[in-house]
Design a protein around this ligand. Structure first.
Ligand SMILES: *[C@@H]1O[C@H](CO)[C@@H](O)[C@H](O)[C@H]1NC(C)=O
Ligand SMILES: *[C@@H]1O[C@H](CO)[C@@H](O)[C@H](O)[C@H]1NC(C)=O
Ligand SMILES: *[C@@H]1O[C@H](CO)[C@@H](O)[C@H](O)[C@H]1NC(C)=O
Ligand SMILES: *[C@@H]1O[C@H](CO)[C@@H](O)[C@H](O)[C@H]1NC(C)=O
Ligand SMILES: *[C@@H]1O[C@H](CO)[C@@H](O)[C@H](O)[C@H]1NC(C)=O
Length: 452
């Protein structure tokens, strides 16, 4: 018997999950030894919980949990890691090799992308180092001096200056005034590179000439966009230089045990708890998380400087009259799993009673399918990911900042490449996400009775 969490899925929309998605050809790098991604497909919820409990006890790297009609847990083992516990290997699973890109010296890069158009730029043909991302932000501001500005959020734990790009067309008589604000974050989890590349693509699409086919420039008549492509710059740099699948930030959280990194997805103030996931069935309710754990949520909310900087920026632009004139929409870009997720993150027991929030979610997910047929599962984290998670940015934006249309988008894929999504997918993912941004922008504008 499946628990309520699974049953409630039957009521949540699965957008044509059987549709074959567009697959591109791409060349693989051929590193010496692949990592191994195992997909466990437990038949009962007891077995699912057992998989998660073992994974937790052994500090294994859980890449994805999916509570779809065919529930699964993806667990990654890096090359030459010790064998998994036999109790785990005895549970039914499939095996998928993941090629780990070689670590990379960022000083070796050239910078000859032509940013003058979206269509012809080579920038979106590859992933970019943190230095290149900062360069892109500065270059775009220079190319579009009347509509793009660089904003500085403060410094990361390792002293990197955190940058975002504000995109705001100069006001003319016919434009909405004041404009609505739309905020987009790239990868807080450093290894989710496609989330960062997608944020960069959307910034470029907003600044592309209206005559270009994938331009989002028309949205600037109503909206100002605030995009932070790489909100975890230290972690991101670390994924290029040392560990491709690192996800926390890089602050020293326990100097004696020599442990590094807070999970930024659990460090926000909304329902923050010193435990990893209070409602998850595989942790004891009151188990305080070891700072060396991959799920470490921080000593207290907002103690990751990156999270604090982001929260301060949001509070400043959101202003006093939050739900009326502040930020209208927020997207937290993530990977992977192809899901569009709405509040609440922290609990399985409470849902916002807001039909507009749900209607916008369903329409946005459906819109995302139009360019390439990519299906997006919709629901709350509890419904689609199996677990609730406290201290998440989604609840911060929705509850604390009262942004009515706040969502997390888990981009492609569904586990074939996982976090090692090939660069040939950057553009298609950028395009389908841009269509979602457009749909959501238009939906919110209609609800606010402003043009578009
Ligand atoms: C892209 O390049 C093609 C071929 O050079 C050119 O015809 C087209 O106008 C360019 N598109 C943009 C948007 O610059
Ligand atoms: C956009 O493209 C059109 C047609 O190619 C051109 O006339 C116009 O100057 C361009 N606008 C900007 C801001 O570059
Ligand atoms: C702490 O860990 C880092 C890398 O994980 C290592 O380079 C360093 O030597 C360690 N420091 C101590 C004091 O053990
Ligand atoms: C944690 O929970 C256990 C039972 O689940 C209880 O025995 C223990 O006292 C609790 N500890 C704290 C610190 O609340
Ligand atoms: C924002 O305001 C709208 C309309 O007044 C309301 O329906 C919605 O629940 C509010 N949302 C939040 C997050 O406060």
């Amino acid at each position: 018997m499946l628990p309520r969490r699974f049953l409630c899925l039957l009521g949540s929309a699965v957008i044509a999950a059987s549709h074959e998605q567009h697959v591109l050809n791409f060349a693989h790098p051929t590193p010496t030894a692949p990592g191994v991604l195992r997909r466990f497909t437990p038949q009962t919820s007891e077995n699912l919980v057992a998989v998660l409990r073992i994974a937790h006890a052994h500090n294994l790297d859980i890449w994805n949990i999916n509570a779809n009609s065919a529930p699964h847990v993806d667990i990654y083992s890096p090359p030459s890691s010790p064998p998994l516990p036999t109790e785990l290997l005895s549970i039914a699973h499939s095996v998928n090799n993941i090629n780990v890109p070689e670590s990379f010296d960022p000083r070796l890069r050239a910078e000859n992308w032509d940013l003058s158009s979206l269509a012809n730029s080579t920038f979106h043909a590859e992933y970019h180092t943190q230095a290149e991302i900062d360069l892109f932000i500065h270059d775009m501001a220079q190319l579009h001096p009347t509509s793009a500005t660089v904003f500085k959020l403060g410094y990361s734990a390792e002293g990197r200056e955190m940058l975002g790009i504000k995109i705001s067309a100069p006001s003319t008589g016919t434009m909405q005034s004041p404009k609505l604000n739309f905020v987009i974050f790239g990868a807080q989890h450093a290894r989710e590179w496609i989330a960062t590349s997608t944020a960069l693509y959307i910034a470029h699409a907003l600044l592309a000439n209206k005559s270009e086919s994938n331009s989002l420039a028309s949205l600037l008549e109503i909206y100002d966009f605030h995009i932070v492509p790489s909100p975890n710059p230290d972690g991101y740099a670390y994924t290029w230089e040392s560990d491709r699948f690192w996800y926390k930030n890089r602050n020293i959280v326990d100097p004696i045990a020599n442990c590094t990194g807070t999970d930024m997805a659990r460090n926000w103030g909304a329902h923050w708890e010193p435990t990893a996931d209070p409602p998850t069935p595989w942790l004891k309710k009151n188990e305080t998380v070891d700072p060396c754990s991959p799920w470490y949520p921080g000593h207290r909310a907002f103690d990751a400087p990156e999270v604090n900087n982001l929260a301060n920026y949001i509070a400043a632009i959101n202003g006093a009259n939050k739900n009326q004139t502040g930020i209208a929409a927020f997207l937290d870009l993530r990977s992977y799993g192809q899901m569009l997720v709405r509040p609440y993150s922290y609990t399985c027991d409470r849902l916002p009673q807001d039909t507009d929030l749900i209607e916008a979610m369903l329409g946005t997910a459906y819109a995302g399918k139009s360019p390439y047929g990519t299906p997006f599962l919709t629901g709350t984290p509890c419904e689609v990911l199996y677990y609730a998670s406290a201290g998440n940015v989604l609840d911060h934006m929705y509850e604390t900042e009262r942004i009515q249309y706040a969502y997390t988008v888990y981009l492609r894929d569904t586990g074939t490449h996982g976090f090692a999504l090939p660069p040939a997918w950057i553009r298609p993912v950028g395009e389908e996400t841009a269509v979602m941004v457009k749909y959501l922008s238009q939906f919110v504008a209609r609800k606010r009775s402003v043009g578009l």
